[in-house]
Design a protein around this ligand. Structure first.
Ligand SMILES: CC(C)(COP(=O)(O)OP(=O)(O)OC[C@H]1O[C@@H](n2cnc3c(N)ncnc32)[C@H](O)[C@@H]1OP(=O)(O)O)[C@@H](O)C(=O)NCCC(=O)NCCS
Length: 188
């Protein structure tokens, strides 16, 4: 399969934050931004894959700053990494206040996508042609992200399956929780 340049699938979606996107605090709902991120991730991944893709995991969604109604939000997406059927799409979200022209980087997130064939099975996609130092850095970062996520997910699985509630009761001390009087748990 011929390698395909990362630059060919760079995608930007710009959307005006209209009043119906607001939460009760008057700021834009996080869910609206998540849906836009999913949309730009799909557009970017499907451009590289040349067909249908699905979202399988999302890394690093945290909102550094609120987004205001009236802002123009631009989501810049690039394929950072390609495996056999999977791709990592990096997304940078920037909010622009049109009155002051101030730009704010509100968050960056990473969407794992998988290309599917007509039967719904993972489908092999073209390798990534890295054309710039940034492309190389992003690919290497993705390898780290992939390794660390795999390690973390094993550790988290072990921590939850091996969790001995009685043995760990002391960890609740100083936490902002209170045991109901009827709850019978012994602290060993
Ligand atoms: C994710 C999914 C494609 C895995 O299918 P599978 O038959 O188990 O296939 P595999 O285990 O061979 O994995 C296929 C690829 O997905 C990757 N993958 C699977 N789970 C992953 C995860 N949580 N994070 C990142 N990559 C993942 C694998 O690493 C593999 O990548 P590679 O082909 O580049 O090596 C399948 O579980 C699926 O379709 N899930 C539902 C996705 C969906 O519908 N999303 C929309 C949500 S509304």
């Amino acid at each position: 399969m011929e390698p395909r340049a990362a630059s060919l699938s760079h995608t930007t979606i710009t959307e005006l934050m209209i009043p119906s996107y607001a939460n009760f605090g008057g700021k834009v709902h996080g869910g609206i931004l998540l849906a836009l991120m999913d949309k730009v991730a799909y557009a970017c991944a499907s451009k590289h894959a040349g067909g249908y893709c699905v979202t399988v995991a999302v890394n690093g969604v945290s909102f550094r700053e609120p987004v205001d109604v009236g802002d123009l939000v631009s989501l810049h997406a690039a394929v950072n990494y390609v495996g056999h059927s999977s791709l990592l799409v990096g997304i940078r979200v920037v909010a622009e206040n049109v009155a002051t022209r101030a730009l704010r980087h509100t968050n960056s997130s990473y969407f794992w996508m998988v290309a599917k064939d007509d039967e719904g099975h993972p489908r092999q996609i073209a390798p990534l042609l890295l054309e710039s130092r940034d492309d190389v850095r992003r690919f290497l970062e993705a390898l780290h992200r992939k390794e660390m996520t795999a390690r973390y997910s094993v550790e988290l699985d072990n921590a939850t399956t091996d969790l001995a509630v009685e043995r760990e009761m002391h960890r609740l001390e100083g936490e902002r929780c209170v045991l109901a009087p009827a709850l019978e748990l012994s602290t060993e």
